[in-house]
Design a protein around this ligand. Structure first.
Ligand code: FMN
Length: 333
């Protein structure tokens, strides 16, 4: 290395040392610096949802049907194609009967033919379509978005908090079972930021789902978002509801407990999402769960995806390199 470069780095060290004091230790990991060399900055491919993925990262369902949605979705899909990752579309309700915004959701050409791309509907719409004998519309939706399957988001708390929200007339479990019985679609079920408790998780694990996506508490919170849209008194009365839910870490423990009791569950594929802020969170949670899992992010990816494709790629590349490093030197406690 050139002597000038070394000298300038040493000068930086002296200048920055006082600013570089840390007082918190992340106690989730053992750091083992002695046992491995540096590896290459890439990850081994993994198999998930019958696809070979290049990274254990999933783009959680977000947008469509607004001004910026098309570009954001294209950026996300192109990045998924480039790094071989899967993606959920935002709610496709808006294109069930009307094609004004269809282009926002037509991103198969960007993600490529082989990557998982899932359409998305809320449980209330799925219930309504089933009860009105229009389940064919779900199949049409899969065809027009060229999706691999369907994500159903189950969000009764969010809907309840919306003054204009939908009300469901049967349990989400009943609706999902009917959907599975009446179609041969690949189905993923998710929450949208509150997570799910043990009985719900256990019931879902008994079904032939492609995966269960946590949508856990601790990140974007739609209960809070709905309150921010409403008036002050409503906010004051219902605000504590935003604190209800289950974090991704708690849900991992719940899944592990369920699997400790019995390995006999039909669905053991998980997308760990909701409040996954960075690759260390993702690494920790996917290592800790005793099942096949990748991690999902929504808001963390939305930020760079809104800026540009290049920024999104940089953000993802940094995560992938971070994961490769973590695999070498970090084990979970
Ligand atoms: C802007 C935005 C829009 C979203 N829209 C949907 C949606 O249409 N369908 C859905 O299932 N989840 C939706 N979500 C929820 C996310 O998929 C995810 O479950 C939730 O944001 C928690 O992840 P995070 O903490 O990484 O943001 C949305 C999230 C954001 C930030």
């Amino acid at each position: 290395m050139h002597a000038d470069t070394t000298s300038s780095r040493k000068a930086d060290h002296i200048d920055l040392a006082f600013l570089s004091q840390v007082s918190e230790t992340d106690n989730r990991f053992y750091y083992e610096p002695v046992l491995q060399p540096h590896s290459k900055d890439f990850l081994n491919p993994l198999n998930f949802l019958d696809c070979e993925l290049g990274a254990p990262i999933w783009v959680s369902s977000m947008t469509g049907g607004t001004n910026h949605a098309k570009i954001i979705n294209q950026n996300l899909a192109k990045a998924c194609g480039k790094y071989k990752m899967g993606m959920g579309l935002g709610s496709c309700r808006i294109i069930l009967d009307d094609h004004t915004y269809l282009e926002d959701f037509k991103i198969r050409k960007y993600i490529g033919d082989t990557m998982p791309l899932y359409a998305n509907l809320g449980i209330a719409q799925v219930e309504e379509l089933i009860l009105s004998g229009k389940i064919y519309k779900i199949k049409e939706l899969i065809d027009k978005t060229e999706a691999t399957g369907l994500i159903v988001h189950i969000n009764p708390l969010q809907e309840w908090l919306q003054p204009e929200g939908d009300r469901i007339s049967q349990s989400p479990l009943t609706t999902i079972k009917e959907l599975l019985n009446k179609t041969d679609l690949k189905i993923i079920v998710k929450e949208v930021g509150q997570g799910m408790g043990p009985e719900s998780i256990k019931c879902l694990m008994q079904l032939p789902l492609a995966a269960i996506d946590f949508g856990a508490h601790g990140g974007t919170n739609f209960a809070m978002l709905e309150m921010l849209r409403g008036n002050e008194i409503r906010k004051e009365v219902y605000e504590p509801l935003a604190n209800i839910g289950h974090t991704a870490a708690e849900m991992v423990d719940i899944v592990n407990e369920i699997l400790n009791e019995s390995k006999n569950y039909t669905c053991q594929n998980f997308i760990i999402s909701g409040g996954v802020k960075n690759f260390l969170d993702g690494y920790y949670l996917t290592e800790k769960i005793n099942a096949m899992a990748i991690y999902g992010q929504a808001s963390a990816l939305l930020k760079p995806a809104k800026e540009s494709f290049e920024m999104l790629c940089e953000y993802l590349e940094l995560q992938i390199r971070g994961l490769a490093m973590a695999r070498n030197f970090l084990t979970i406690k």
